[in-house]
Design a protein around this ligand. Structure first.
Ligand code: FES
Length: 149
């Protein structure tokens, strides 16, 4: 039996082992922070953090995560008490449509955890894998900088 710890709680996985992590998080656990964008590992909307690394959850089967720790957007804070990086995205009004924002936050969270003083160039390079079609890139950059303060 595959066991995955999500946001600090261990869960036994009772689905086909090839099920993408994204589907299991959303359908079995009701954690809808990670979004389905392309389903092909190309847009980053589904990004979560696994053992400190940003991962596109649409292309990782649950069986590959046995014994691992996953953090989703919900693990960073709540609507009433957002985490520091979530607060920074709100304060900088980084979202337009908002669909990419959970993935942006999770990839930035992983970056700042290992590089709290990441330069603008590092932030830009890291977030290149996450697409935003609204074009709020400058506000996203400001939010990540603010979240690092
Ligand atoms: Fe996973 Fe696009 S939905 S990368």
């Amino acid at each position: 039996m595959t066991t995955i710890t999500v946001n600090g709680s261990a869960h036994e996985v009772a689905v086909d082992p090839t099920t993408p992590l994204l589907y299991w998080l959303r359908d079995a656990l009701g954690l809808n922070g990670a979004k389905y964008g392309c389903g092909l590992g190309q847009c980053g909307a589904c990004t979560v953090v696994v053992e400190g690394e940003a991962v596109m959850s649409c292309v990782v089967p649950v069986v590959a995560l046995d014994g691992k720790h996953v953090t989703t957007l919900e693990g960073l804070g709540t609507a009433d008490a957002p985490g520091p990086l979530q607060r920074a995205f709100i304060d900088e009004q980084a979202a337009q449509c908002g669909f990419c924002i959970p993935g942006m936050i999770m990839r930035a969270e992983a970056l700042l955890a290992r590089r709290p003083d990441a330069s603008d160039a590092e932030i830009r390079a890291t977030l290149q894998t996450n697409l935003c079609r609204c074009g709020t890139h400058m506000r996203i950059l400001k939010a990540v900088r603010r979240g690092a303060d």
